[in-house]
Every structure is written in C-alpha cells, then in structure tokens.
Ligand binder design. Sequence first.
Ligand SMILES: *Cc1c(COP(=O)(O)O)cnc(C)c1O
Length: 399
Amino acid sequence: MSVANGRAFLSIPGPTNVPDAVLQAMMRPAVDIYAGPMVAITDSILTDLKKIFRTEGHTYIYAANGHGGWEAAITNVLSRGERVLVLESGRFALGWGEMAQFIGIETEILPGDWRRAVAPAALEQRLRADKSHTIKAILTVQIDTASGVVNDIAAIRKAIDAAKHPALLLVDCVASLGCMPFEMDQWGVDVAMAGSQKGLMAPPGLAFVAANAKAHAAHAIANMKTLYWDWTFRQGAEHYRKYCGTPPEHLLFGQRAAFDILLGEGLEKAWTRHALLARAVHAAVSKWSEGQTLAFNITEPAQRSMSVTNVLVQGRNPADLMRYTQEKCGVTLGLGIGALDGKAFRIAHMGHTNAPMVLGTLGAIEMGLKALKIPHGAGGTSAAIESLAAAVPASAVTA
Ligand SMILES: *Cc1c(COP(=O)(O)O)cnc(C)c1O
C-alpha cells in the first residue's frame, strides 16, 4: 500500500527544490562565451550577489560546490602556517577548518556544542587571551545544517571588536543566504560565501564569495593563492577570467532565473516567508515532542534556524520513519549527519518552499508517526496550520 505517486517532495537541506522557471531557463543552447548575453548575465549575477550579501565589496562566482567556496575564501586571504579559529556549533565550521588544515593552516577549534549556538562571550575571552594576535581569521557558519542552529553573526562581530582583535571574520552562509537576514557590511563580515543549491534555489554547482576591502588587503599578501581561486586574476577585464575558463553557462542561466524569482519576491519578503514557515514547523515539532520520543536538537528556541529543523528521535533509529515518508508518501526527509547520524531527521524549509509544501511534509511525518506507532503528542500539523493562519491573516489576501 502506498500513496506516494504524485509530485515528489524533496525536504532535505540541500539541494533544494529547483523552481520550474529555473529548470526551463536552463533548457537552451549554449552561447558564445566571449560576448553578448553571457557577459551580461555574469555582470548581472555579480551585481545581484552584492544585493543579496548586502555588500559594497567584491563578488566572485566559481564553478564549484560549497566546499569550493570554502577553499576560495581560505586561499585568498591566508598564508601557510597561519592560525584560524573555528567556532564549533555543529559540523560545517569544523569541515571548513579541516579543509584549512589540509592545505597548511593551523586550525584551532573554539569548542562548542551540537545543541546550541556559538557563545560570543567564549569567543571574546579566547581572543583577549591571544595578545600577540596569532589568530588571523575566524571561521563560522550562520546556519549549521547538521545541528539546525543559527548563529548570531552580529554578536560574533561585537565579541571580536570588544576584544580589539584584528582577525578577519569569514562566514559560511550556504544554508542561510536568501532565507534570513544577512548584512555583510553592516555586521562587519570580511568574507562571506554561499552556494547555489540551498536558499538560492538553483542546481548545485556554483559557489559565491563576497569580500570587503580588509579581505582584499589580506589577499594582497596571502601566499596560498592558486590561479583557479585567485581573486586578482578573476578581476581581470576579459570575461573568461571571471571563471578562470569556460563559464558554467547553464548553471548561470538557471541562477539568473532564480535571482529573478528571489528579487522579484523581495529579499525581506523571502526572509519573512522562511520565518513563518520555520515557526510552523517548530509548532508541529513542539506538539510531537510532548510524546517524549521526539525532541528539538536545538534546545533554545531563539537558536533554531529558519531554514532547517533537526529533530532528535530518542531511543530509536529514525530510519524507519524516513523510509515510510519516502516510500509511502513521496516525501524525502534529511538524514541526521555527523554526531546525529542515526539519531535525528531533518526537515528542510529553505528556498522555493511554500505553506502547502511544508504542511504536506509535516502531514507525511505525522502519518508516519501514527503508522509506526512512534509516541508523539497529537496535533502537530494542526498546530502548524494554526501558526500560519495566525501569521497570515485574511486581510492580507487581496480580493
Ligand atoms: C551544504 C552546506 C555546505 C556544503 O556545501 P556543498 O555544496 O555540499 O559543498 C557548507 N556549509 C553549510 C552550512 C551547508 O549547509
């Protein structure tokens, strides 16, 4: 018995749902790489990235996934043997730090916790102790998709400033850009990076990096540069230099269409949509948690992310629930990864996602909880509906 045939729902924290208009924009012949529409698309994407990162700094596009964006950020501003401080709050800052270590950076971890956000006070304390300023950069993520936490980047900046420490601030926005406020210039972020495939609604394969003047000053003396990632080379006038080779044309056609959707909706409205959908998911998980088997991974409500919710399943492996939603309902949930492997599932609510998609996903989970007799508080999906109905009043509906 199955009720899965119909549109499949991909509810994993990346890659996310690619809008039909984005898919259609990619269905076209290749074009000349030296002139015409391709050059215009590059310019428009570089400009829109500034709007989306909220920066007057320089933006770069790479044919790469998020890991490539990490490498671009590190190699452009650091030198071999320098030290970075990695702020633990899940898996992804650690992964970025491991990459730095692999290529010759000394990596120190500010210990954190998979269940809460980075503590700015602990960062300030560590930086105050670094009197000779051996720490050259701080690596952190805004939303860690492995834990489901959201870090307060403005507070992290304040902690650095309070310690009067000159380290660069490098921020991974892969799972947050387009989903929640990010203010690169206002918050004093020196390098920010993201990927095409999460809140930015395009297929995987593009990495984006934004860098301010302080980052470019570090770039001028950095000695880990390689030609492929090098910012200076990519600033050259010839179009092929923007990609250090052939542009990933079809991904760029898709990203152009995705930015049209995002900026057409309006960045702030997209953030609000994500916040309302996240609140609805949280309302459902709160109800389900009353059964004492499910629980939020992130204990503090204000630290739960806008783009993904990580749900612990205590005393049993969530694999059967995930198999049920997939095979019986056509809903693919995210696996727990890292420390949460076999202990949690993840509900993504990022990118091209609306109320019926989120409610449908929650409904399928609740159906699975019932069918598998997993103890849970009743009425989770109803609580999500209540939350949305209260947040989206009828007066907002145009006649
Ligand atoms: C998905 C993700 C990445 C990695 O992106 P890839 O494209 O898989 O390399 C990095 N950081 C965060 C926070 C992510 O969610």
